[in-house]
Design a protein around this ligand. Structure first.
Ligand SMILES: Nc1ncnc2c1ncn2[C@@H]1O[C@H](COP(=O)(O)OP(=O)(O)OP(=O)(O)O)[C@@H](O)[C@H]1O
Ligand SMILES: [Mg+2]
Length: 393
């Protein structure tokens, strides 16, 4: 029997895909900046989109390209303590990895405080180090050989301390004003990025390049399946490919899951067949439900959920007027929630006065949840009828 080749598909959050579908133009343009330092409009980038649509993978792809081009990379997420982590550990580590030449230049610029193996008298530095001045000094030390890429992932309303993030952004904007060669990329759901733009000190971000992550086009989806399998040395038969494309609906996480299951069904065969794709179908949809869709749904507020429940009564698109009726609330109220859900990317407009689920299978998931609740006799699995006894005190 032939050796079982490892699957080249990469299901899992933050796993950089072997073949990156979509956003070719943006990647090419941003990667060109790493080589030329000719930034144009690309000093700041906002990457927004659905869960599992590829924001983190996009950041990783940029980071790898930046490092290859000799840039320094600062990557973190927007959770509390960002500034401290960057100042106290990321920047020191970057400086320690620099060439002795660049480090010597840094010392003369006043950032040598960090490096134990460089002779340095810390009295030069009588103020607390600031991100702004470190960035400017590091950028000058790099000179024409590179810039600094800063990526901040997970800008999502729950965890974000927008105040802290805006202070971080302010330091970057000052460093940019001082001429530092920086590209900064923030990634998160759209509503949170908008909240960030509304903060003080973040006006420079309004000129950002925006990259939106939605599902891939059908053509790109085909390419990702075929080229990823080819990297692993296998061909996907045409009918199997059509099935995989259609079941994934271009949703990146699902593309990787489906490809992976199809690959593993019969990994020593030279081609991936319709049988493999059919087996992958059920498994992939189950997995995406538990790993993605249930999380998406659970993240939403109760009213958002009610809105989606009202949508799920229809198989295809839903008339907004029907949502108003089903929820039993005012039109204005529904409009507010409609806008929120459109901004979050889970729902899109489908013709005048209609909305539709953007995330494949979200509607089906909700319908199944509602049916399960109904048959279990209530939302709590039937426990309403069996209250816990009061314990004697
Ligand atoms: N452009 C792409 N082409 C093909 N597959 C991709 C692409 N981008 C991401 N993927 C795959 O999709 C999955 C999810 O990617 P990723 O974790 O980057 O999404 P995300 O948008 O950061 O999700 P979240 O919002 O939950 O953090 C991974 O399995 C990854 O390999
Ligand atoms: Mg992510």
């Amino acid at each position: 029997m032939a050796e079982t080749a490892p699957s080249p598909f990469t299901p899992g959050y933050g796993k950089k895909p072997a073949i990156f579908g979509g956003h070719g133009e943006e990647l090419t343009e941003l990667q060109a900046v790493f080589d030329t330092l000719d930034f144009g409009e690309n000093h700041s980038v906002l990457a927004s989109g659905l869960r599992g649509a590829g924001k983190t993978s996009f950041l990783t792809t940029l980071q790898d390209a930046a490092r290859d081009a000799g840039w320094l990379v600062i990557s973190d997420d927007a959770s509390a303590g960002l500034m401290g982590r960057v100042m106290d550990s990321t920047i020191p580590a970057l400086i320690n990895d620099m060439s002795p030449d660049s480090r010597a230049r840094l010392t003369s610029l006043g950032v040598g405080w960090i490096s134990a193996d460089i002779e340095y008298v810390s009295r030069h530095r009588n103020v607390k180090p600031q991100l702004r001045s470190d960035l400017v000094a590091m950028s000058s030390a790099l000179g024409a050989s590179g810039g600094i890429l800063i990526t901040v992932d997970e800008v999502s309303s729950g965890k974000v301390r927008l105040r802290e993030l805006s202070r971080f952004a302010l330091q970057i904007s000052h460093a940019l004003e001082d001429g530092a060669q920086i590209m900064v990329v923030f990634a998160g759901v759209k509503v949170s990025l908008e909240a960030l733009l509304a903060e003080e000190h973040t006006t420079f971000l309004r000129r950002s390049r925006e990259v939106e992550f939605e599902r891939l086009s059908a053509l790109e989806t085909r390419r990702v399946f075929a080229e990823t399998a080819a990297l692993g040395g296998r061909l996907i038969e045409e009918d199997a490919l059509a099935k995989l494309v259609s079941l994934s609906q271009g949703y990146p996480y699902l593309v990787q899951l489906a490809g992976d299951y199809a690959w593993r069904n019969n990994p020593t065969a030279p081609t991936i067949t319709l049988t493999d794709a059919t087996v992958a179908h059920d498994k992939a949809i189950k997995a995406v439900e538990s790993r993605v869709i249930s999380r998406v749904y659970g993240d939403l507020s109760e009213v958002d959920q009610k809105f989606l429940n009202a949508m799920a009564e229809d198989d295809d698109r839903t008339k907004v007027a029907d949502i108003v009726r089903r929820m039993g609330v005012s039109d204005a109220y529904v409009q507010v929630y409609k806008k929120r859900l459109l901004d979050s990317g889970y729902v899109h407009a489908a013709g005048h006065g209609y909305v539709q689920f953007s995330l494949p299978y979200l509607g089906a998931y909700i319908r199944r949840q509602i049916a399960a609740e109904a048959s279990a006799g209530g939302s709590d699995g039937g426990w309403d009828a069996y209250p816990a006894p009061t314990l004697p005190s």
